[in-house]
Design a protein around this ligand. Structure first.
Ligand SMILES: [Fe+2]
Ligand SMILES: [Fe+2]
Length: 188
């Protein structure tokens, strides 16, 4: 009985030590992604203002993104991970995406959030599986952030994202863009 239990536990906690290369990729890409997220919401707040009723909803999400980026900035330093060389590009791309969708209207801005946060939520889910038991703290951090991102996703849906004209097409394009940015930022 005891023996079986031990075996199960070993199987469940398969990854004991996180591969250094994978750890670097995770921190690099999350740092890039969270930076991009702050820039998307900056772009949207520039259009809606932070004091309007709608702007306050965006500001609520933007404040959480600030907490996320600050955490990854610390992790970059602590773990001596090279940040992506494309940070300035993601900063501009994120801002333009935020401002453009906001310019299209409230629903389009929320459709952008739904598309981005569903990719990030899924991406964080994959990372949680990749991290070993030597990275419990980082795992907890990513789980917490994943919860925030999925909350942002739901806020988007609650705010009529799906009734945006061309919702499927728009979210598809944004989703492909995010996935491409993720793939590049892991390496470059
Ligand atoms: Fe975030
Ligand atoms: Fe988010």
């Amino acid at each position: 009985m005891t023996k079986n239990k031990t075996i199960k536990k070993t199987k469940k906690n398969k990854i004991l030590k996180t591969d250094r290369y994978i750890l670097e990729e995770i921190i690099r890409v999350d740092h890039a992604g969270e930076y991009g997220a702050t820039r998307i919401y900056d772009g949207q707040i520039a259009i809606f203002g932070k004091n309007s009723k709608f702007g306050k909803i965006i500001k609520y999400m933007a404040d959480q993104e600030q907490e996320h980026i600050q955490t990854f900035e610390k992790l970059i330093v602590k773990n001596r991970v090279r940040p992506t060389a494309l940070l300035p590009i993601w900063g501009i791309a994120g801002y333009l995406l935020g401002a453009t969708t906001a310019f299209m209207g409230k629903k389009a801005a929320m459709a952008c959030t739904v598309a981005v946060e569903s990719v990030i939520g899924e991406h964080y889910g994959q990372q949680i599986k990749q991290l070993g038991s030597d990275q419990k703290k980082l795992k907890r951090t990513i789980k917490k952030f994943q919860k925030d991102e999925l909350e942002h996703h739901d806020i988007g849906l609650e705010n009529d994202a799906k009734s945006t004209l061309g919702y499927n097409f728009m979210t598809k394009i944004i989703s492909v863009g995010c996935k491409t940015a993720i793939a590049i930022s892991k390496k470059v």
